[in-house]
Design a protein around this ligand. Structure first.
Ligand code: HEC
Length: 109
């Protein structure tokens, strides 16, 4: 017979599965951004955070910047980390970097 604990963990797994199945690329990009980037660039990219102010982080929501920067340049920034920004080449997979790039592109509105 199933122990109560097993039953609970089976239920927990069942509850998690559908959520991860619908976590598409854009959701993942947003989550990764909030996790890794928002502390400096702010949750909406405006860099209106304490660290953003301290480090002169780029305001990623400015349309003048969005219009002048290429996807490649953003990807390079994520990989190499200009200035005091950390480099993410080793800590994020290229899929994750691309999903973050897509999310960064939604910040310009
Ligand atoms: C420790 C704070 C910090 C974190 C964390 C951080 N950044 Fe930055 N970021 C900066 C700073 C500071 C700059 C400006 C660097 C410079 O030009 O000297 C910058 C610049 C950028 C630029 C602009 C590059 C350009 O060509 O204009 C992009 C894009 C960017 N960051 C994206 C991200 C993304 C995406 C993440 C998360 C994966 C992230 N940053 C995490 C501080 C941070």
């Amino acid at each position: 017979m199933l122990s109560k604990r097993r039953l609970l963990s089976a239920l927990a797994v069942a509850a998690l599965l559908p959520a991860s199945a619908v976590a598409d690329a854009s959701t993942q990009g947003e989550q990764l951004f909030q996790q890794h980037c928002a502390k400096c660039h702010g949750s909406t990219g405006q860099a209106n955070t304490w660290r953003g102010w301290l480090f002169f982080a780029k305001n990623l929501s400015k349309s003048s910047w969005q219009n002048s920067v290429s996807d490649d340049e953003i990807t390079q920034a994520i990989k190499q980390g200009p200035g005091v920004m950390p480099a993410y080449a080793d800590s994020l997979s290229s899929d994750e970097q691309q999903n973050i790039l897509k999310f960064v592109r939604t910040l310009g509105n």
